[in-house]
Write a protein that binds this ligand. Sequence first.
Ligand code: GDP
Ligand code: MG
Length: 177
Amino acid sequence: QGGFNQNIEYIFKVVLIGDSAVGKSQLLARFARNDFSFDSKATIGVEFQTKTLLIDHKTVKAQIWDTAGQERYRAVTSAYYRGAVGALLVYDITKRQSFDHVVQWLEELRGHADGSIVVVLIGNKSDLETNRAVTVEDAKEFAERENIFFMETSALESTNVEAAFFMALSEIYRITS
Ligand code: GDP
Ligand code: MG
């Protein structure tokens, strides 16, 4: 930190969406605090967390919003999406249903958010390879068709978490700067 956060040049709001229990809160905990919990209730009530980072030598503050158990269909309010320039759309690679619902989440997102919003599809829990129910190929193909980014992550093992957020934030930076 130090002088690092004194002249923030950009603030980017990014929302986490996707079915309940796919690991949204733990991805955020890992990214913002390098923390992980097996108890999913640990972060309930937290609206958003911030992390300041450097992109292209500029100080960028990422404001990452997390749902607090409003993941039922259409329960996420438009206030949640307001002003968002990025979205991480998360499914669980061991839960086929959470991937099947990505279509609905994308539809809801496109109904609420700005047309230029940067979307990264995230297949989380890549550490549970033996229980895999969604292939990388299926997800990649879907992402290409929808013109969104894609990455698999593990919040538990800290695999690709930074990379996924960085992918979203650097693309947002690229199109806004
Ligand atoms: P949310 O409802 O989408 O916010 O999901 P949570 O972040 O609360 O996570 C739901 C459950 O999945 C919790 O028990 C987490 O510990 C677990 N979990 C989250 N990410 C991972 C991961 O990458 N790997 C594994 N094995 N479990 C995870
Ligand atoms: Mg949560």
